[in-house]
Design a protein around this ligand. Structure first.
Ligand SMILES: *[C@@H]1O[C@H](CO)[C@@H](O)[C@H](O)[C@H]1NC(C)=O
Ligand SMILES: *[C@@H]1O[C@H](CO)[C@@H](O)[C@H](O)[C@H]1NC(C)=O
Ligand SMILES: *[C@@H]1O[C@H](CO)[C@@H](O)[C@H](O)[C@H]1NC(C)=O
Ligand SMILES: *[C@@H]1O[C@H](CO)[C@@H](O)[C@H](O)[C@H]1NC(C)=O
Ligand SMILES: *[C@@H]1O[C@H](CO)[C@@H](O)[C@H](O)[C@H]1NC(C)=O
Ligand SMILES: CC(=O)N[C@H]1CO[C@H](CO)[C@@H](O)[C@@H]1O
Length: 432
């Protein structure tokens, strides 16, 4: 009935539609013609086309997250579409480290291959460390006598984090691999001149980006000053950054920038429902959000391994100063002094023992292994890798960040993120 009616209406109004369509077509043709003729050159059309920005990821989850946050800011400030590289997860310490642009690119494109059946998600790397003429924390050179293999997976950031704020503020697309040719093809660049490589990153901290050209903030550990206002004038279709790691990479002075940044920090937080559900269950078991003390002890690798005993000693001291009654054992209940300790070593590690001996009620993730089971079924849709081991540190981080106070390991980006999340107003988005 309804169909017949509308068909009849259409029949009656057919000539009206044809008339309207003709007018519409002619108008758009004229507008199109006008913009063409006023610029009198086809090439000038490229001025109006979509512009892009991308960067190279390195290190573990937290450093990659800092890079992504910086890149989001740059994309917003420069009004460019962000090309988001996949999130690289490694089992253990990330072997992809900060390096000069060309070298980093080569390693990423040679080894980080999506769905590579030949060596499925196994990154074999043959490098040894060298120290001379090296502006990086660690400098590696190829060395066939020193090979190791590590499992990795390339994850879509959007499977893990809440992108609502991003969607409202910038345009973005996801990059699937690190092949430079694929990158250019995906955004229809056929001429290398359409790409502006920002830097060769001769140092780990090469360029520092300033939102306000009048800012008098010093370069600090950085080597080169780049005013974003100058970058905004560049016409290349793609601005290719190298590393954008470091929480002081961008000097934000303008009120609008600060406002944007604050919202980004509060709103782009992990929201994967499986992970959040596990975190909520653990937090419930230790008294609920804000009913315990959160702490993090990073004790593995390099600097952190050398400072193990000091890190633990200082954590103990700081907690004792703030909670004077804490070591009085309350036989009836642990409350109000439950401590949740996130750490990258096993709970029976020697250097942790003074912590357990000092405080009566300390929990680690190890106490909740049964609640972690669902992670054993969480797969990366890209390559079917089980995400269990990759996500464990993140669960640990999210739990410890829910305490009423948080005690960190200095210089650890894991700690800094837990601290940042500790200040987020969770009542809104993370608890469901
Ligand atoms: C941002 O870029 C788009 C094209 O991608 C353009 O249409 C828009 O006018 C630009 N906005 C500003 C504020 O420059
Ligand atoms: C930019 O970097 C890419 C990747 O290393 C390289 O292939 C390309 O030639 C560079 N482009 C220019 C203009 O230097
Ligand atoms: C930490 O202290 C223990 C003794 O309590 C000692 O055996 C160990 O070597 C120390 N570790 C470091 C890295 O200094
Ligand atoms: C032990 O816990 C109970 C119940 O929370 C509380 O009433 C009591 O004051 C606590 N005792 C000490 C010594 O903290
Ligand atoms: C946190 O969010 C809740 C609900 O939106 C709100 O009532 C509360 O005032 C917020 N707290 C802070 C410190 O912003
Ligand atoms: C911005 C830009 O590229 N403008 C060019 C448009 O075309 C004229 C004529 O070729 C050039 O002179 C402009 O430089």
């Amino acid at each position: 009935m309804t169909l017949n009616f509308s068909y009849a209406t259409f029949q009656r109004k057919k000539y009206l539609y044809i008339f309207l369509f003709t007018i519409l077509f002619a108008t758009s043709y004229l507008i199109g013609y006008k913009s063409l003729s006023s610029s009198n050159n086809f090439k000038n059309l490229t001025v109006h086309q979509e512009k892009y920005l991308t960067y190279l990821p390195h290190d573990g989850f937290n450093n990659q997250r800092i890079e992504l946050e910086n890149a989001i800011f740059l994309a917003w400030f420069l009004n460019r579409t962000l090309i988001i590289p996949p999130l690289l997860f490694f089992k253990g310490v990330a072997p992809i480290i900060s390096q000069p642009y060309d070298e980093l690119y080569n390693i990423l494109k040679r080894f980080m291959l999506p769905n590579d059946d030949y060596k499925k998600n196994e990154f074999e790397f043959c490098f040894s460390e060298y120290k001379t003429n090296c502006n990086f924390v660690l400098c590696l050179r190829e060395d066939q006598s020193n090979c190791r293999t590590v499992s990795y997976t390339m994850y879509n950031w959007e499977e893990l984090m809440d992108f609502t704020f991003l969607k409202q503020n910038i345009k973005y697309i996801h990059r699937q691999d690190f092949n430079y040719k694929h990158l250019l093809e995906s955004i229809q660049i056929y001429d290398d001149k359409e790409v502006y490589n920002m830097t060769n990153d001769q140092s780990q901290y090469q360029q520092r980006y300033y939102d306000d050209p009048r800012s008098t903030k010093s370069l600090g550990k950085f080597k080169e000053r780049v005013n974003l206002i100058d970058l905004s004038k560049r016409n290349e279709k793609l601005l290719h950054f190298g590393s954008v790691f470091s929480s002081i990479r961008i000097d934000q002075e303008l009120p609008e920038s600060k406002k944007f940044w604050k919202k980004l920090m509060n709103e782009m937080i992990p929201n994967n429902p499986i992970i959040i559900n596990i975190v909520n269950k653990i937090v419930d078991k230790i008294g609920g959000t804000n009913n315990f003390i959160g702490a993090h002890a990073r004790l593995k690798d390099g600097y952190f391994a050398r400072n193990q005993n000091k890190t633990i000693k200082e954590l103990i001291k700081k907690i004792q100063i703030d909670f004077k009654q804490i070591n009085i054992k309350n036989d009836s209940t642990c409350l109000p002094t439950i401590i949740y300790l996130a750490t990258d070593v096993k709970h029976n590690h020697k250097s942790l023992q003074p912590f357990f001996q000092t405080f009566p009620c300390v929990y680690t993730l190890n106490d909740f292994n049964d609640l972690l089971e669902p992670l054993k079924f969480l797969k990366n849709p890209k390559d079917d890798m089980i995400m269990y081991e990759f996500f464990i540190p993140l669960v640990d981080l999210l739990v410890t960040s829910r305490g009423n106070r948080f005690y960190q390991t200095p210089r650890s980006t894991f700690s800094r993120y837990a601290q940042q999340l500790n200040k987020v107003n969770f009542t809104k988005s993370i608890i469901f």
